[in-house]
Design a protein around this ligand. Structure first.
Ligand SMILES: Cc1ncc(COP(=O)(O)O)c(C=O)c1O
Length: 405
C-alpha cells in the first residue's frame, strides 16, 4: 500500500524481538516514506522554491539517497565527500558556510563545487586565493528573535555593510550571484520570512554596479510540523509574489533541514536501570516517591541539541502494552547512560516503568544522529529504515542503503 508507513507498527514488532534476544541497544526507526511525503508537500506549498537539503541535520546515507533521488540537492560545509560518494554532482551542492577554513575552500574548488556563501571581507580574500571562480551568495543577518536557534549573531552581514562588501567583491573580480539569509531554526514567526525577503529586495534594488543579482536563497527554519509549515510557507509565497514575482527572473532556492527529517524518525531507548528516591512534594507535606530511570542514550547522544521538550511515550513490555489512564503518575527523572550527572534528559510525570521497558521519542530525526558522540563508550543507536516497496522502487534505492546508517 502506498502512503505513509506506520512506524509504530514496526516498533511494536521490533521491541519484543530485541527483548527475546536480550538486546538493550537503542535504535531509531526512520521512515523514508515520510521523507518522500515531505518532498511532495514542499512541491505543493512552495512550488517556486528549489530545496537544497541541509546535510548536517541528518546525514544518514539512506536519507541522503532518498533526497538526492528526488532531485533535492544538498547544502554542505564538510560533508562534500559523503554526498559526492553517493553520486550527487557538484552543481547540486552549495557550500553554505560563511566562515570556511582555507583548506576547505581549496577542497571545494578541486571538487568543482562553485556555489558558496560569504558575509565578510576576510572571507572574500580567502575565496580569491582558494576559489577565484566561485559563485557567491552574500548572506545577510536577519531578525531571528522568534526562532529557537538564533543564527544571525554568528552569521550574516548587517544591511549597512552590504554595499561596501559587494563593491569589494567587485574589485576582487569575484562573481556574486545573489543573497541568502536564515531566519533561525524552529522559526515560530512567519512574518520573519516576509521581513527577510523584503530586506533582500532592498539589497537587490541597490543595483550595485557590476553584478546581475538573480538568485535568492531563503535558508532553512521550516518546521517539520504541518501547521507551522503551512503558516511559514504561506507567508513566504505571499512575500515572494510581492517582492520577487515569477516574472522577475530571480531564481529562488532554500536550505531546509529539519522540515524533511524531523517527523520521519522515532528513537527507542531501553530502561536498563531504575532507582526510587524520596522527594519533597509540592505542598510540602510528607515525602513523595520519585523514580529515576537510566536509559541507553542521552545528552552525549541524540539529546545533545534538543530545543523542544522531547515527544516521549512509554513502551511497556506487558501482555497488553497499553498504559491505563488510571495508573498513578510519578515524578520521574530520565537520565542518560553516562557517568556524568549533567546527562539528565528530562523530568516528567509518568506511570511506573520497569527495567526492560522502553521509551519512545517521536519526531526525533533532526539534529540527533550526527550529534552522537562516543563519550564514555556507550553504543550509538542502531538505525532501522522502513520504506514501502513502491517508494523503494520509484527512488531506485538499493537494499544496502536501507540497512546501515
Ligand atoms: C546555513 C544553514 N542552512 C540550513 C540550515 C538548516 O536549518 P533548518 O534545519 O532549521 O531548516 C542551517 C541550520 O542551522 C544552516 O546553518
Amino acid at each position: 500500500n502506498s502512503g505513509l508507513l506506520n512506524t509504530d507498527l514496526y516498533i511494536t514488532k521490533l521491541i519484543p524481538n530485541n527483548y527475546l534476544q536480550g538486546s538493550e541497544v537503542p535504535f531509531y526507526v526512520g521512515n523514508l516514506d515520510s521523507v518522500f511525503e515531505k518532498h511532495q508537500k514542499w512541491q505543493t506549498l512552495l512550488p517556486r522554491v528549489t530545496p537544497f537539503y541541509a546535510v548536517k541535520c541528518n546525514n544518514n546515507l539512506a536519507v541522503l539517497r532518498t533526497l538526492s533521488a528526488l532531485e533535492q540537492v544538498l547544502t554542505v560545509p564538510r560533508e562534500l565527500e559523503m554526498v559526492m560518494s553517493i553520486g550527487v554532482t557538484p552543481d547540486k551542492i552549495i557550500y553554505a558556510h560563511t566562515t570556511k577554513p582555507q583548506s576547505h575552500i581549496r577542497y571545494a574548488c578541486a571538487q568543482g563545487v562553485d556555489m558558496m556563501t560569504f558575509d565578510n571581507e576576510e572571507e572574500l580574500l580567502k575565496i580569491t586565493r582558494g576559489h577565484p571562480n566561485a559563485k557567491l551568495l552574500l548572506r545577510i543577518a536577519v531578525d531571528d528573535s522568534k526562532s529557537q536557534v538564533k543564527l544571525s549573531t554568528k552569521f550574516g552581514a548587517t544591511l549597512g555593510t552590504v554595499g561596501s562588501l559587494l563593491k569589494r567583491a567587485h574589485e576582487l573580480d569575484l562573481d556574486v550571484k545573489g543573497v541568502s539569509f536564515h531566519v533561525g531554526s524552529l522559526c515560530t514567526d512567519s512574518v520573519a520570512y516576509r521581513r527577510a525577503i523584503e530586506e533582500v529586495h532592498h539589497v537587490f534594488e541597490q543595483r550595485i554596479i557590476g553584478f546581475q543579482l538573480d538568485l535568492l536563497d531563503i535558508g532553512g527554519g521550516f518546521s517539520g510540523h504541518e501547521l507551522e509549515m503551512v503558516l511559514n510557507s504561506k507567508a513566504t509565497v505571499w512575500a515572494l509574489d510581492e517582492f520577487f514575482p515569477a516574472d522577475s527572473g530571480v531564481r529562488v532556492i532554500a536550505e531546509p533541514g529539519r522540515y524533511f527529517v524531523d517527523s520521519a524518525f522515532t528513537l527507542a531507548l531501553n530502561v536498563f536501570a531504575k532507582k526510587k528516591v524520596w522527594s519533597l512534594p509540592i505542598n510540602g507535606n510528607g515525602l513523595d516517591t520519585m523514580i529515576m530511570y537510566y536509559v541507553t542514550d542521552g545528552l552525549y547522544g541524540a539529546f545533545g541539541d534538543i530545543k523542544l521538550y522531547p515527544d516521549i511515550k512509554p513502551f511497556v513490555l506487558r501482555p497488553h502494552r497499553s498504559v491505563e489512564s488510571t495508573e498513578p503518575r510519578y515524578q520521574s527523572v530520565i537520565w542518560g547512560p553516562t557517568c556524568d550527572s549533567a546527562d539528565r534528559i528530562m523530568d516528567v510525570w509518568m506511570p511506573e516503568l520497569n527495567i526492560g521497558d522502553w521509551i519512545l521519542v517521536d519526531n526525533f530525526g533532526a539534529y540527533t544522529i550526527p550529534m552522537s558522540t562516543d563519550f564514555n563508550g556507550f553504543e550509538k543507536p542502531t538505525i532501522y529504515l522502513v520504506v514501502t516497496p513502491q517508494i523503494w522502487k520509484m527512488l531506485n534505492l538499493k537494499v544496502s542503503n536501507l540497512r546501515f546508517g
